[in-house]
Structures are given as structure tokens and as C-alpha cells.
Ligand binder design. Structure first.
Ligand code: AVJ
Ligand code: FE
Length: 440
């Protein structure tokens, strides 16, 4: 935790919690009560479930666990336990109504801030308590991103608005850059808010590889579609082809072919697919097929992290592609500042030392790696955060999207989902092995 005093940590946690809550309130106040309790897709919870669930987790970990206070609503723990009820079944639960849910999260927050003010923060307890507040902040922001995905699935007129992202500013970028081979430090033991699956830091050897400078764009993806890529089994893995056939997948989610090209719906706006913005709402299987069509492959998770963190000049892994400093609006498209990915090349200040752009923000990037614990993994503070998901059925995504808050992203952050999922803000970039002798 460096030289931060308990007072600094308190102020930082309070600020981060307050920012997360402003976002949760904005996302839930944007629609009427009917829309709050409606299920907009079987893949998602009603927004009012997410809202109260945010409160229940905060009550559990901050009010009861850190604070040692009396439970506010022990009777609703079960309803908002994500493991007891699948998303599809949540509308049938006796959920708190919109007004009740709003009052409940407000009450919990008052208690949590009181705990923050009075909790003894020193020594080992300081590290643990700073983590608890960081974990709950990230939890709320993760659900805010999930609620944003629910908004994208909602039908009707637009209710969310944001300015356009910055234009591309880098002139012509090379299509790919070489990342040198050799060992690097993956994961972290130092980030105070790092979740269990990012820990511990460990050395890992990665061969030299070429990585796309920017994520695959809508224009590039449309060329794959227009060349018949979805009808050509050669590009698809057996599991991917079965998925594409069984689900009748013909284009990314929210895309529609018109006479004059590809259009899409984004937060209630029907518009031409932006050719220069990273493609979004593709499954792992679609990303994998595109990469094969392009004569390439998806990066492994270790390659992604090396591209994002490794500085060849010092041999050190940094917190972010641009260095150790927190993300600013100059570095990356995060925090729902814009309601879409920014054009490829829009964040030159966010590039990595080897020249890879937009690794953080814009779109989550599919990697070819199954979700597993690192060597030395220890579940913390509960097995259900990550460990129960380890295994071959989930693929790792990296980097965060335009809908990810800066509190919930860093070079080590790991997200995961089923390879068929595409309601999340997921895109990808491709890679290839370097030839022998190309060492970087
Ligand atoms: C890390 C995004 C996969 O939403 O399932 C939220 C985060 N964990 N509540 C999810 C999470 C518990 C998680 N992801
Ligand atoms: Fe949750």
C-alpha cells in the first residue's frame, strides 16, 4: 500500500464508493419502474435485482464482516445470492420493489461509510480492510457494467446519452508489432485492490509473437462476413461451428445486413456499423473464426498481459500499458464516458512500450486461455468469486471495455465468460508466432 496513510485510504475508498453509486443510480433512474422490474433478456437479471444485490454484498462484506454490525436485512440474503438463482429465474423471486431497493442500498451505504470512518485501520487489518472496500467498489462497478449490457438489450427509445469518443489521432499505425520473447512477471502480489485470481505475481516465459496494434475493427470484421466467413466451416473450430449452426448465428449480436451494408443497434440507436471502431458483441467462437480466416490466432492470456505490461527497457511489468499511473481520459476509453468503443488509434498516450494500442478500455478482448488459478492461487475472500469458475468451460477476457470503470480494471485484471456469450462488450485482436530469429 506504499505510503498511503489510513486517512488517505479512507478518503480514496469513500470517493470510489460514491462514484460507483452515482453510476448505479444513473443507470437505474434512466428507466421507469416497469422497465426496472422487467427482464430484458433471459441472459440478464432485472435491473432492480442488480441494484439490491449490490446492497446485499455491501451489507455482507462491509457492514457485517468488516464492521461487525447487526444485519439490516438477513431475510433477503438468499434472494440475492447469485449462486442460488440463475439469472433467468430471478424475475420470479419476491424481489424488493424499486422504491424498497433504492431505500435499502441507501441505508446500507450510510452504515458502510460509518464503518469506513470508524474501523480501526492499522497493520494487517489495514490491508484487509482497504481490500474489502476496494472489492465492494469493484463489485458495484462490475454490476454497473452488467446493467449497461442490460440497457443495450432493452428495446425502445434511447435513454442513455454520452458524447462521441475522440477520433483516431495516430496517423497510420503498423498493422502489428513484435513483442519480444523471454520471461516476464505475470499477475501481481502488490496491487491493493487485485482480486484473488490476479495473484500471486509469477515469472512466465513467453515466446516472441506479433500482436495486432489495435483491436479488430467493424470494417475488418465486415470483410470476413462479406467473404462468406460464416458459411465456411474451415474457419470455425468444431465447437464453434456447432454453436454457429445450432444458434443460427449469421453476424455479431445487434448487427443487421441492409442493402447498403451492415447496420447495428446501439443503446436504442440504429446506425451504420462504424468501420473504424473495434467490433463489439462477438462471441469467442466468432473471434476465433475471424482469426483463422485472417491466417492468425487469438493471443493467449499470457501474451496479452505481456503486451500490456512488459517494458523491454527495464524488464519490469508495469500496472498499465502506459506506466504505473492511474488511467485518465487521455489513456483509455473507460467508465461509460462514451457509449461505444473509440476508433482504432484514438489513444496514442495509452500505447504500450512495444506500441500496442487500446489494450485497456474500448472492448474486452477474448484470449485463447481457459480460466484457471495462477500457481500459488488462494481463494480470497470467498471461493465463489473465482475458484468455482476455474476450468475449461470459461475463456479469459482482458483489458476492460468502454463500460468498465477505472476502479475495476488494470493490466492484471481477469474477466471470464462462456465462449458463446456476446451480450458483454467483447471484441478481440489477433496474434501470430514470430519466426525463429525475429526476437524483437
Ligand atoms: C468477473 C464479470 C465474470 O459478473 O459474473 C459480480 C463479477 N462476481 N458479482 C460476474 C461478479 C460477483 C463477474 N465477472
Ligand atoms: Fe455480484
Amino acid at each position: 500500500l506504499g505510503d498511503l496513510s489510513a486517512q488517505d485510504l479512507r478518503a480514496r475508498a469513500a470517493e470510489a464508493l460514491t462514484r460507483a453509486r452515482a453510476r448505479s443510480v444513473a443507470l437505474t433512474d434512466a428507466v421507469d419502474d416497469e422497465d426496472l422490474v422487467r427482464q430484458h433478456s433471459k441472459l440478464m437479471s432485472p435491473l432492480v435485482w442488480d441494484l439490491a444485490h449490490i446492497g446485499v454484498q455491501e451489507e455482507l462484506w462491509l457492514v457485517r464482516d468488516v464492521g461487525g454490525r447487526e444485519p439490516l436485512r438477513p431475510d433477503i440474503d438468499d434472494i440475492y445470492d447469485a449462486f442460488q438463482h440463475a439469472r433467468a429465474d430471478r424475475p420470479e423471486l419476491p424481489l424488493l420493489g424499486p422504491a424498497e431497493a433504492r431505500a435499502y442500498v441507501k441505508q446500507v451505504r450510510e452504515k458502510a461509510l460509518d464503518v469506513l470512518e470508524h474501523a480501526p485501520m492499522e497493520g494487517r487489518r489495514l490491508t484487509e480492510q482497504a481490500f474489502a472496500f476496494g472489492m465492494i467498489t469493484q463489485h458495484e462497478q462490475q454490476h454497473d457494467e452488467t446493467m449497461l449490457a442490460t440497457h443495450q438489450l432493452r428495446r425502445g427509445d434511447p435513454v442513455l446519452h454520452a458524447p462521441a469518443p475522440p477520433p483516431a489521432r495516430s496517423g497510420t499505425l503498423p498493422a502489428e508489432v513484435l513483442v519480444p520473447g523471454g520471461a516476464f512477471t505475470m499477475g501481481t502480489s502488490a496491487e491493493p485492490w487485485a482480486l484473488d485470481n490476479e495473484r500471486p505475481a509469477h515469472e512466465l516465459a513467453v515466446g516472441a509473437f506479433w500482436m495486432d496494434t489495435v483491436p479488430v475493427t467493424g470494417g475488418a470484421y465486415a470483410r470476413f462476413l462479406d467473404s462468406g466467413g460464416y458459411d465456411d466451416e474451415r474457419w470455425w473450430s468444431p465447437a464453434g461451428w456447432a454453436y454457429r449452426t445450432e444458434h443460427g448465428i449469421t453476424a455479431p449480436r445487434f448487427w443487421k445486413r441492409e442493402q447498403d451494408g451492415w447496420w447495428r443497434t446501439a443503446f436504442g440507436v440504429y446506425e451504420r456499423v462504424p468501420a473504424d471502431e473495434p467490433v463489439v458483441h462477438v462471441s469467442y467462437f466468432e473471434a476465433e473464426a475471424y482469426a483463422a480466416w485472417a491466417g492468425r490466432r487469438l493471443p493467449t492470456e499470457a501474451e496479452w498481459e505481456k503486451a500490456a505490461r512488459f517494458d523491454p527497457a527495464t524488464g519490469r511489468s508495469r500496472r498499465f500499458p502506459w506506466g504505473d499511473g492511474e488511467p485518465s481520459a487521455e489513456h483509455a476509453n473507460l467508465g461509460q464516458r462514451h457509449l461505444r468503443p473509440a476508433p482504432a488509434g484514438a489513444y496514442p498516450a495509452g500505447a504500450s512500450p512495444t506500441g500496442v494500442h487500446q489494450l485497456i478500455g474500448d472492448v474486452w478482448e477474448w484470449t485463447s486461455t481457459d480460466f484457471h488459478g495462477y500457481p500459488g492461487f488462494a481463494p480470497f475472500p470467498y471461493r465463489e468469486y473465482s475458484e468455482v469458475f476455474f476450468g475449461p468451460e470459461y475463456k479469459v477476457l482482458r483489458g476492460g471495455s468502454f463500460g468498465t470503470d477505472s476502479a475495476a480494471i488494470r493490466g492484471t485484471f481477469r474477466n471470464w465468460d462462456y465462449p458463446i456469450r456476446r451480450q458483454i462488450f467483447a471484441g478481440f485482436r489477433t496474434a501470430r508466432d514470430a519466426a525463429p530469429g525475429e526476437v524483437g
